[in-house]
Design a protein around this ligand. Structure first.
Ligand code: SAM
Length: 457
């Protein structure tokens, strides 16, 4: 049952007939499952039953399979993402004129579990750096797992309060995305919890919290930078009212965005922000609100603030080891290898200074590609090396697994096909895609899959 106050609120906002259609749609089954392919990996999905119009990598599936049991999902070949959410990528690319500038710095302020961050990571590619931040530590760990799977190597996962970005990385980012915690009206047909947790009080509290996050996000954004704001809720208090507030408080500039009418997205304007509503009775997706606006004036463009360097967590890697580790990669850009504690990480040299700067200022959980550890002359790879899109598969003995062994691997069980493995380290493949490492020692296999990634089905 939908809350009466919610229906009243929507009726005031949309009018009686439109509200009736919305309420009807919210009582139907959710939209078909959609996924988004990883353009940095070569997984070829079975044909979609329809594409997601606003995302070239997105498509709807005929039915919902068990993703946990799919080796391609585990290897980051695709991300399961609600179709409407993919629209923020369209906004980003359109706002940047279809051309991602070299050295771009993008902050995704409320990022877990990583749906939008992985999309931003795909779009930014080797042009720059994505910072995926999640304030709640436990959720940030899940975010780090998903970023590792995605394997582009351009993303830093942090777990900081938005105010830390405002104070330590003021004016540093070219793009800041705020996918704000909200009252979740857009999730009503998917989640009973969302329906039951909704109240007018919750709307008010959410709107106030969103303003606090927006104010911090604004500070982290450079003059001329782009703010993308989104929620999965319909009410204007958390959406247009916040955009109006932003335009009154700060100097904002309009960004023109064209969208085809047939997508069914409802456009509104609030202050200088262009706003977009996805209503489930009009679009092929769940509820979403997205808005876009530029900070300040054109004149300020290109000027980015850099904070003073702080104590660095990074250490040098011996030249001989660098030569060895470089042979594991096949990237179109040079790599910088460095240590954090005992582990060795690899970064795109072109953006290394930015990655270092974030690591010096913020609480970082994961960044670049975690390559592994050296024990004397022996190298132990990290699971994230197997999932890195820049991995050179030929650098390791490879073993193509049966479906049974692929599942055994993700359950952290002994593999049944030990005889077909090389002695020592093996890169395991599922239908040609790397999924992880195992070590054969005689008749036994020792998995290198981290315990926290183990599946139980
Ligand atoms: N962007 C994510 C995605 O696409 O997968 C979904 C983000 S979800 C809508 C909002 C996130 O904001 C949650 O992960 C939540 O933990 C986080 N959050 C909650 N309170 C917050 C706060 N005060 N400041 C910043 N983030 C907060």
């Amino acid at each position: 049952m939908l809350n009466k106050d919610f229906i009243e609120l929507m009726s005031e906002q949309l009018g009686v007939e439109e509200c009736r259609q919305l309420v009807e749609a919210l009582q139907e089954a959710p939209q078909p499952t959609s996924i988004r392919l990883n353009p940095h990996k070569s997984y070829e999905a079975p044909p979609f039953c329809a594409p997601v119009e606003w995302c070239r990598w997105g498509g709807y599936l005929a039915e919902r399979p068990s993703f946990t049991r799919d080796g391609h999902f585990q290897a980051g070949g695709y991300y399961v993402q609600e179709a409407s959410s993919m629209f923020v990528g369209y906004l980003l690319e359109t706002a940047l004129g279809g051309e991602i500038p070299d050295g771009i710095r993008l902050l995704d302020m409320c990022a877990a579990p990583g749906g939008k961050s992985t999309l931003y990571s795909s779009i930014v590619g080797d042009k720059g750096t994505v910072v995926a931040n999640e304030v709640i530590r436990q959720r940030a760990l899940t975010l780090a797992d998903n970023i590792t799977r995605w394997g582009v190597g351009n993303t830093i996962v942090t777990s900081n309060d938005p105010s830390h970005f405002a104070s330590s990385l003021e004016g540093w980012f070219d793009v800041v995305a705020v996918d704000a915690p909200c009252s979740g009206e857009g999730m009503f047909r998917k989640s009973e919890e969302a329906r039951e947790g909704w109240s007018l009080d919750n709307v008010r509290l959410s709107a106030a919290r969103q303003r606090r996050i927006l104010a911090d996000a604004w500070k982290a954004l450079r003059e001329g930078g782009v703010l993308i704001y989104s929620t999965c809720t319909f009410n204007r208090q958390e959406n247009e009212d916040n955009m109006e507030w932003l335009s009154e408080e700060f100097e904002c500039q309009r960004i023109e965005i064209e969208i085809p009418n047939q997508w069914g997205i409802v456009r509104t304007e609030a202050g200088e922000a262009q706003c977009f509503h996805f209503y489930p009775h009009r679009t092929k997706g769940e509820g979403l609100f997205a808005a876009i606006v530029r900070k300040g004036s054109e004149e300020g463009r290109g000027q980015r603030h850099n904070p003073k360097p702080r104590r660095s967590p990074f250490g040098e890697v011996d030249k001989k080891i660098v030569a060895q580790l470089s042979s594991y990669f096949n990237t179109p850009y040079p790599l910088k290898f460095t240590t954090i504690g005992e582990s060795i990480y690899a970064y795109n040299t072109n953006h290394w200074a930015d990655q270092r700067c974030v690591a010096e200022q913020m609480s970082v959980l994961f960044s670049g590609t975690k390559v592994g550890e050296m024990f004397g002359k022996k190298f132990r790879p990290d699971h994230s090396l197997a999932l890195a899109s820049g991995l050179r598969k030929e650098a390791f003995p490879t073993a193509e697994l049966s479906e049974e062994d692929m599942l055994r691997y993700f359950r952290r069980e002994e593999l049944s096909s030990v005889a077909s493995l090389a002695e020592g380290l093996n890169l395991l493949l599922w239908q040609g895609q790397p999924i992880g490492f195992t070590k054969r020692i005689g008749a036994r296999t020792n998995t290198l899959l981290p315990k926290e990634l183990r599946i139980f089905i």
